[in-house]
Every structure is written in structure tokens, then in C-alpha cells.
Design a protein around this ligand. Sequence first.
Ligand SMILES: Cc1cc2nc3c(=O)[nH]c(=O)nc-3n(C[C@H](O)[C@H](O)[C@H](O)COP(=O)(O)O)c2cc1C
Length: 208
Amino acid sequence: MNVIEKLNWRYATKKFSTEKLPQDKVDTILEAATLTASSYGLQPWSIVVVNDPAVREQLVEHSWGQMQVKDASHLLVIARQSDMTPAHVEAYIDNIVNTRNIPADAVAGFKDTMLGTVNSLSAEDKALWMSKQAYIVLGNLLTVCATLDVDACPMEGFIPEKYDEILGLKEKGLASVLVLPIGIRAEDDSFQHMKKVRKSLEDTIVTI
Ligand SMILES: Cc1cc2nc3c(=O)[nH]c(=O)nc-3n(C[C@H](O)[C@H](O)[C@H](O)COP(=O)(O)O)c2cc1C
């Protein structure tokens, strides 16, 4: 696989075909999401898979009318946690201790560092911090999708409050950050033929 070829192949898909993605590809994409790096490893986000066609239709008007939300094979919403509390840190520490079979003492310092961070941030800064982690998931998934020949459209063009309301995310302790319809491009999506517009390497890479 040539990574650069794959990244040139992908584009922000505006029109999807009606073709459904095979479940094994969807499963790979979801598993790849969980393997995304996150600050301290806290993974303060969830991927919401919206399967109900009526709900997806309802979301279009809260997505600047972007039809990908309804038409793509699958609709993923990357949502951050509503809050990051000491209990989340405790749960993560328990996971480390159980997964690696190590004594809690071995990660006591790490836990204190995380609690220090969590306790020092305002609610607003915590929300921003968690949203940044959601963007890392998006970046990872865009590349993963490309390697699997799956089309995707990264989307900020939606009203998070409406999504949260319609999907009942608040009740789940979540807040939507990004939308990612995935599927197969429509043959007549003219955007696939457009040349990529990017700054030159010289303008983007600074070597010191
Ligand atoms: C965070 C983010 C939000 C975006 N939101 C939208 C969107 O709401 N609708 C859309 O059609 N494209 C959206 N895009 C796609 C960009 O416009 C696109 O990635 C950029 O123009 C580069 O083109 P390419 O991805 O086709 O190479 C978004 C991209 C990113 C990374």
C-alpha cells in the first residue's frame, strides 16, 4: 500500500452512493477509533453510530442541509464526554491495573498527575481539552478509511446542541463534536475529480 496514493485518493465526499459498507470494514474502523492516541490515554470520547434512517433524515436540517448525513452507508458522530471527573481517572487507573496486572501503587504517581490536571482545569477548558481528543480520532479515522478504500466526509458543519438533543447524548454523558459519514462515493460526485489544493511542502515543513 502506498500511503500517499491513498491520501490523494481520499477527499471530503459530498455525495455518497446507496452502497452499504461490509460490516467487517465498519468494525475495523470502529476498532481503529479505540486505538487512537489520547492525552494520558484517557479516551474522553465515544463514537455514536446512528443507524436509524428516520433519525438520520432528521439530522440533515441541523447539518447545513448536508445530505451525506442521510445518504452515506454509516453515520458516525464523535462525541466527547460531558465532563472529566476524578471518577473517570479512577476508572482508567483500574483499567491499567487490571489490564497490565500491576499493583495500584505502581501508577499512584500517574494518577496524581492526571487528577492534578483534571482538578486544575475550568469546565470550559476541560471541554476544549476533550474536544481536541475528538479531533485526533477524526484524523486517525480519515486515514484509516482511506487505507480501507472507504470514503468519508469530516464534518463540523452541524449544530451540536441539536444533535445532542435528537440523539439524547446529554443523558449518556456525551456532547457531539464532529460528524463522520462513511461509505462509498457516488459516481457523479464531481468533487472526486478535483485536484487537491495544498500548500507546498516548502511552505509547510520547517526544518531547524
Ligand atoms: C474538522 C473539519 C471539518 C470539516 N467540515 C466539513 C463540512 O461540514 N462539510 C464538508 O463538506 N466538508 C467539511 N470538511 C472538509 C474540508 O473542507 C476538506 O477536508 C478540505 O477542503 C480539504 O479537502 P479534501 O479533504 O477533499 O482533501 C471539514 C474538514 C475538517 C478537517
